[in-house]
Design a protein around this ligand. Sequence first.
Ligand code: COA
Length: 156
Amino acid sequence: MDLRMRKGRRADLPIIWPATLQTAWDDLPEDERKGLDRQAWESHFRKKIEQYVEGNRTERWVAEGPSGEFLGYIIIGESGFLTPEVHAFLYDIWVAPDHRGKGIGQALVEWAGDWARRRGHRKIKLEVGEGNGRARHVYEKLGFSAERRYMGKPLR
Ligand SMILES: CC(C)(COP(=O)(O)OP(=O)(O)OC[C@H]1O[C@@H](n2cnc3c(N)ncnc32)[C@H](O)[C@@H]1OP(=O)(O)O)[C@@H](O)C(=O)NCCC(=O)NCCS
């Protein structure tokens, strides 16, 4: 698929916000999601991630098709925690449902890697839900491997 990357604009936010919130919602562990009210959770979580979705901690890049159609986006920036070295961090990736399975997700992840290389990063990281088999497949196919496992146990 022929795609062109352009910087995200404010006018893209009505697509980006619901998509990002849906991805985060779908990634919640089942036992946590079932006790939540969706709207209350959204207003809580929106505030937490606003600086990443709209602010200058990240860049938003949109993939457009040949006629300017919105194919998907990435939210990319930097993150460092365990070591002094800051790595590129792919905060979010989303492909429009009608365009999934055509290689766009893979192209976006590869583009994110190039973005990181251009900035001199030696590594790109991301976080993915354990149950998100499709995303994990794309990442692993492109050379990402699990480094840490985020674990939880409901207490009774
Ligand atoms: C994850 C996502 C970005 C992938 O985009 P995409 O354009 O469909 O990806 P591609 O077409 O490049 O590749 C899809 C691959 O997943 C595989 N796949 C599809 N469903 C799968 C599943 N349930 N489990 C494992 N692999 C799966 C396809 O076979 C294909 O692999 P292949 O090229 O080796 O055949 C897209 O599905 C999406 O936007 N999902 C919702 C948002 C999301 O979950 N984002 C990730 C946040 S960490």
